[in-house]
Ligand binder design. Structure first.
Ligand code: EPZ
Length: 454
């Protein structure tokens, strides 16, 4: 049976059609990658601005009436969804000719995150805090689970309640109200898997306009959260302890619009590092901050890969003989879950056994079966994967299931012998801007073709 993924952003009204005896899609964005391998990557690549910093920072601009401009926000499907989300509230959002993203939040007449948008992008939830603080009321569709597992938002809601919000659920929507405004509080945001990135973002964005002092304990320390806090301070907020698990926020009465540059995307940088390592390449990764990636750099070095930080980035020099190692994903500054899949593709080629333990999203292993189709030798035991290194990967048709799992398939495809076909590359387009063109400039041979199998 053909399964239709209605929750994905890519369907258009025209139905699939039969062609050459096979069901072919006529769905915008159902492109496939044909990757010819193996290749050895070499040259320079520039890292874009961070998606996961850009999304909450776009939401933060809603806190200040007037026109903010953001520099370095990448052109990605998820960013376009966020632009639509902000537009339907009554704000003006525009990508200027110079690439800057302008958001005019003078007027917000519909503080709502509708199901049709939230289902396309979970990160839409980060409008909850700023709209509650600015408008005193917000309705956001409850995000469901996704390919990487259950994604609860209980900690977001606990934090907002402690700031004085009244919250109830109705017809699949979270409705939060604070008609009298919010009040500072001491809030503990730790959960069973550590802190919460977007939960910290939400509570922090609500607290900046609350009366009095808020202390967030067990706040997420991810660089994207720190970037958001720096942006909020540039708008007139008073946040200290940025980058630490204890944020102290002294509420202010209003914020002003801002011009702000988002940090480089450390996950994109790490993906290029993995691609260099898997192909024994030599890649200069420009515009990245290795200091934000110490756990990643440490693992690469343990694998025998050279990482040399330089002025605005670093050089990664891979080798044929990759050392096996263990990776445990953890909240920052630990190894990021968003690079687990890509690094598993590299470890699949090591000359021994490695162990990968996922401690943030214990079910985030959709790539395992696909990598095994490419002759990797991976065995999943709960939230652990035992990676028995193989001499080579072999091309196969594979299916992208989520953003980072698809990036892992690209990394594997670059190293594999033969032509790897990756279906549903719209998952990749959510988080990597024209990745095939940028990898091709490094010597990859990736063709994007329209329409894949459904
Ligand atoms: C952010 O998601 C990122 N998304 C994710 O990146 C990233 O994987 C994740 O942080 C972890 O680093 C964006 O920034 C847009 P969490 P977020 O709340 O904030 C549990 C990518 O590929 N939890 O930090 O939604 C949760 O189930 C994406 O770019 C609760 O229990 O993740 C998980 O186990 C995917 N209750 C852990 O905490 C809550 O209320 C961390 O999740 C919230 C989370």
């Amino acid at each position: 049976m053909v399964s239709l993924y209605y929750t994905d952003p890519v369907w258009v009204s025209n139905p699939p059609v039969w062609r050459k005896g096979r069901l072919r899609s006529r769905i915008i964005g159902m492109d496939v990658f044909q990757i010819e391998g193996p290749v050895r990557l070499a040259g320079h690549v520039e890292v874009n601005g961070s998606k996961n910093a850009g999304l909450p920072i776009m939401a933060a601009t809603l806190l200040a009436p007037g026109r903010s401009t953001l520099v370095g926000v990448p052109r990605l499907a998820d960013i376009s969804v966020c632009m639509d989300l902000i537009r339907q509230m009554g704000c003006e959002v525009q990508r200027q000719d110079d690439g800057l993203l302008a958001i005019d939040a003078t007027k917000i007449d519909n503080p709502v995150g509708p199901y049709d948008i939230v289902r396309k992008m979970r990160a839409s939830i980060c409008i909850l805090g700023p709209l509650l603080a600015r408008c005193g009321r917000v309705e956001v569709s409850m995000p469901g689970g996704c390919a990487i597992g259950d994604r609860p938002i209980n900690l977001h809601l606990i934090g907002l309640k402690q700031l004085g919000a009244r919250i109830h659920l109705k017809s699949g929507y979270v409705i939060a109200e604070a008609p009298e405004g919010l009040k500072g509080a001491s809030i503990f945001l730790g959960g069973p898997f550590g802190s919460t990135v977007l939960g910290t973002a939400n509570v922090m964005m609500a607290a900046v306009l609350a009366k009095g002092r808020t202390i967030i304990e067990s706040a997420a320390c991810e660089p994207e959260v720190a970037d958001l806090a720096n942006c909020l301070n540039a708008m007139g907020a008073r946040i200290s302890g940025i980058g630490s698990p204890r944020l102290v926020i002294d509420g202010v009465t209003h914020l002003h619009p801002v011009q702000y540059r988002v940090i480089p995307d450390r996950i994109e940088a790490g993906t290029f590092m993995a691609a260099a390592a898997a192909t024994a390449g030599e890649v200069h990764i420009d515009h990245c901050r290795p200091d934000d990636m110490m756990a990643v750099v440490d693992r690469l070095r343990r694998m025998g890969i050279t990482v040399e930080p330089n002025g605005d980035g670093c050089t990664v020099v891979g080798r044929e003989d990759i050392e096996p190692t263990d990776i445990t994903t953890q909240p920052y500054p630990g190894f990021p879950t968003d690079l687990q899949a890509q690094f598993m593709a590299v470890l699949a080629l090591a000359h021994g056994n490695s162990i990968v333990i996922e401690k943030i999203f214990p079910d985030r292993f959709m790539h395992v079966a696909e990598l095994n189709r490419m002759a990797a030798n991976l065995r999943k035991e709960g939230s652990v994967v035992i990676v028995a290194g193989v001499k080579k990967l072999v091309a196969a048709p594979v299916m992208a299931s989520d953003l980072r799992a698809s990036a892992a398939l690209v990394v594997a495809g670059l190293a594999a012998e033969g032509t790897t076909t990756i279906n549903r590359v719209y998952h990749i387009d959510r988080g990597y801007e024209r990745i095939e063109e940028r990898l091709n400039r490094l010597g990859a041979r990736i063709r994007r073709e329209e329409g894949g199998t459904v």
